[in-house]
Design a protein around this ligand. Structure first.
Ligand code: NAP
Ligand code: GLV
Length: 319
């Protein structure tokens, strides 16, 4: 019997492919230093039983149908699966897996970094220092807003949102959260509007879905108290970036911190010149340990599916 073939769209951290190699699978990789494009994947996928991709790969009907009838599993090295056409995958019995759990703490750390750096305007302060604009300590220089004691509103209270909440406790913050399903946990507020109105710092922890695309627009930002802070480590298209820049320019929002962008890696040029904004290149889960765990988890879930079992990290088709 020939070994199952698995297509991997880019090189993974050391050890990331171990579960596939240990299972004796035949792994197809791009040439060193390169990644497969959408058209490469469409051309290469015929005959493969598994696809290991990531959140930058558009895994649409064209990719999935090109992989039929052999394709059985798509494993994304990310917890977000918004680039995968789950409807087409389900229609053809192709399993989809992601990497929940292993990146929660690392991503929550990064969200907290953005909360702190946005509220304390540390990116701008460091830029001033590096550019020689710092002339010495001054009582009214580089003033920020306090994180400790502030009310933090978490939009989405799943794995990562809960880890951010745990960190916020250490800062003596009041933590509110919202989600479609009442959590029964103290701090749950029934509506997004109420959460926005009551929070001084808002951090987003929801998936990108048709329902959440554009969820935070001009109307929602206007509900946030004057002088508040918005942080997005979820997905760029959840926030209307022009409305965000308008609110920073008008001074309604004090500051913002973004790790994710609509249309990334291209950036809305207005973000680059907006005041009091920290921009990071989608590094929420970017630690050596976490990225290795994510890669191993994806490879292991391919093996689980191809061995006929159901992995814990199976992504369900849309409701
Ligand atoms: P999760 O455990 O599935 O939690 C998602 C939360 O969002 C749940 O509380 C869910 O509750 C809520 N939710 C879903 N739709 C909602 C809506 N329309 N309105 C309000 N709440 C809604 O997901 P997670 O593991 O925490 O990850 C969250 C997202 O973070 C991922 O999907 C990914 O996009 C992003 N992420 C980014 C990075 C990064 O590098 N920046 C790293 C990891 C993850 P209900 O279903 O009850 O509404
Ligand atoms: C990162 O954005 C992820 O979804 O894992």
């Amino acid at each position: 019997m020939t070994a199952p073939r698995v297509l991997v769209t880019r090189h993974l951290p050391d050890g990331g492919l171990d579960p596939l190699i240990e299972a004796g699978y035949d792994v197809t990789l791009p040439i060193p230093g390169e990644a497969l494009s959408h058209s490469d994947v469409v051309a290469l996928i015929p005959g493969h039983a598994g696809l290991v991709c990531d959140l930058t790969d558009l895994t649409d009907a064209e990719v999935i149908e090109a992989g039929l009838p052999t394709l059985q599993v798509i494993a994304t090295v990310s917890v977000g699966f918004d680039k995968i056409d789950r409807v087409t995958a389900a229609a053809h019995g192709v399993a989809v897996t992601n990497t929940p759990g292993v990146l929660d703490e690392t991503t929550a750390d990064l969200a907290f970094l953005l909360i702190l750096t946005a509220a304390r305007r540390s990116s701008g302060a460091e830029a001033d220092l590096r550019a020689g604009r710092w002339t010495g300590w001054a009582i009214d220089d580089h003033l920020g807003v306090d994180v400790h004691g502030a009310t933090l509103g978490l939009v989405g209270f799943g794995r990562i949102g809960r880890e951010v909440a745990r960190r916020a406790e250490g800062f003596g913050m009041t933590v509110l959260h919202t989600s479609r399903t009442p959590t029964g946990i103290e701090g749950h507020v029934a509506s997004l509007d109420e959460l926005l109105e009551r929070s001084q710092i808002v951090s987003l922890h929801i998936p990108l879905t048709p329902e959440t695309r554009g969820l935070i627009g001009a109307e929602q930002i206007a509900r946030m108290p004057a002088g508040s802070v918005l942080v997005n480590t979820a997905r760029g298209p959840i926030v209307d970036e022009d409305a965000l820049v308008d609110a920073l320019e008008s001074g309604h929002l004090f500051a913002a911190g973004l790790d994710v962008f609509d249309g990334e890696p291209k950036l809305n040029p207005r973000l680059l010149t907006a005041p009091n904004i920290t921009l990071l290149p989608h590094i929420g889960s970017a630690t050596y340990a976490t990225r290795t765990s994510m890669a191993k988890m994806s490879s292991a879930s391919v093996v689980t599916v191809l061995q006929g079992a159901t992995p814990d990290n199976l992504v369900q088709p849309p409701r």
